[in-house]
Design a protein around this ligand. Structure first.
Ligand SMILES: NC(=O)c1ccc[n+]([C@@H]2O[C@H](COP(=O)([O-])OP(=O)(O)OC[C@H]3O[C@@H](n4cnc5c(N)ncnc54)[C@H](O)[C@@H]3O)[C@@H](O)[C@H]2O)c1
Ligand SMILES: CC(C)[C@H](C(=O)O)[C@@H](O)C(=O)O
Ligand SMILES: [Mg+2]
Length: 359
């Protein structure tokens, strides 16, 4: 009998609960096929928690996460709450949960499925062989620096501060080098060292840490150039490590190499095996409630949870193979369908994937 793994489930807002619902079916199917045991418990987070508890991250939600082995998150936010500054302040909401759980490392793989090349705006020959991971620093930088407003003769002035210390840079950079060692030993460190002091420090730390990884081929890429090179030579990247805001932007760009933001999974990790797993996309208010969202990003996030937190590589492989099988068979949600008239819905895609899962 395998030990029971406790998973905190935070559906959140918009399409969050829909895509998480499909991921829960995958957990159940994994129990049936592999005998692993999961205890899931749902809690309020995001806009729905503001509505019901007056805060996006109620203490009981945080306590549940802290008492769990992993967290499965859908997405949060939407027009109803985006005007409420408490929703996205570092000390609350999404940034608050990342900080409170010490999740400084955000791993966002962008794997191009061969059969989805037609869904990408890039030419198939440019995409050939693209399989990269963005390693994004998640609890520092401009997201968490001091913010303020003041009155000036030119009206209100707003200030965001970008701060990084060597420890914060070194721990994420080491993780990225470690990941590069398990893959093709190529690392691109992305910064804006021609302008930003935080980026100059970042680059110094990367160069220092690189001495411990002589086998890794390292390139430093300025973020604006990286945004362009991702479209010009995506296959030349393997692991990309970068600071919080650059990682946010570059990972959404990388999503389009795969065909859709609905394909991109993510793991947020700290020092131990505990992790929070969520799709890279948001709550997609424009399609919420229609049953047409793509659940694959969330389902692949469960596979990441199995690999990185539980070490259930067999079950992770079963999920990844099932997703590939279903896509190879031509099934598509609207975001990845070339012929939109043949698109299937969220539940149908989830059902096909669990039906394709095998031991
Ligand atoms: N981790 C998170 O919870 C998270 C991440 C990003 C944005 N957000 C929040 O989500 C809200 C909406 O943000 P946005 O519109 O900028 O980004 P978004 O990712 O929610 O949506 C961007 C576009 O991608 C589409 N899309 C996203 N996920 C999809 C899926 N699974 N299947 C099919 N199409 C999908 C949407 O329909 C939309 O057209 C905002 O409140 C934002 O702050 C939350
Ligand atoms: C919603 C927002 C705060 C969040 C971020 O910028 O980290 C999102 O875009 C993400 O990528 O998870
Ligand atoms: Mg983002």
């Amino acid at each position: 009998m395998s030990e029971v793994k406790k998973i905190a489930v935070l559906g959140g807002d918009g399409i969050g609960p829909e895509v998480v619902g499909e991921a829960l079916k995958v957990l159940k199917k994994t129990e049936e096929l592999f005998g692993y045991k999961f205890e899931t418990e749902q809690a309020l987070f995001g806009g729905i928690a503001i509505d019901e508890k007056g805060t996006p991250l109620p203490q009981e939600t945080l306590d549940l996460c802290l008492a769990s082995d992993a967290v499965l998150l859908g997405a949060v936010g939407g027009p109803k709450w985006d005007s409420n500054p408490a929703a996205l302040r570092p000390e609350t909401g999404l940034l608050g949960i990342r900080k409170a759980l010490g999740l400084f490392s955000n791993i966002r793989p962008a794997t191009v499925f061969d059969c989805l090349k037609d869904a990408s705006t890039l030419k198939p020959e440019v995409l050939e062989g693209t399989d990269l991971i963005v390693v994004r620093e998640l609890t520092g930088g401009i997201y968490f620096g001091e913010k303020s407003r003041r009155d000036t003769e030119n009206g209100q002035e707003a200030i965001d501060t970008c701060v990084y210390n060597e420890k914060e840079v070194e721990r994420i950079v080491r993780q990225a080098f470690d990941i590069a060692m398990t893959r093709s030993k190529r690392l691109a460190s992305v910064d804006k060292a021609n302008v930003l002091e935080t980026s100059r420090l970042w680059r110094e730390v990367v160069i220092r840490v690189a001495a411990d990884y002589p086998e890794v081929e390292l390139e430093h890429v300025l973020v604006d150039n990286c945004a362009m090179q991702l479209l010009r030579r995506p296959a030349s990247f393997d692991v990309i490590v970068t600071e919080n805001m650059f990682g946010d932007i570059l990972s959404d760009e990388a999503a389009m190499l795969t065909g859709s933001i609905g394909m991109l999974s993510s793991a947020s990790l700290g020092e131990g095996s505990f992790g929070l797993y969520e799709p890279v996309h948001g709550s997609a208010p424009d399609i919420a409630g229609q049953g047409i969202s793509n659940p694959i990003a969330t389902i692949l996030s469960v596979a990441l949870m199995f690999r990185l937190t539980f070490g259930y590589h067999d079950a992770a492989q079963a999920i990844e193979d099932a997703v590939k099988e279903v896509l190879d068979a031509g099934h598509r949600t609207g975001d990845i369908a070339v012929d939109k008239s043949k698109a299937i819905g969220t539940t149908a895609m989830g059902d096909l994937i669990i039906a394709a899962m095998k031991k």
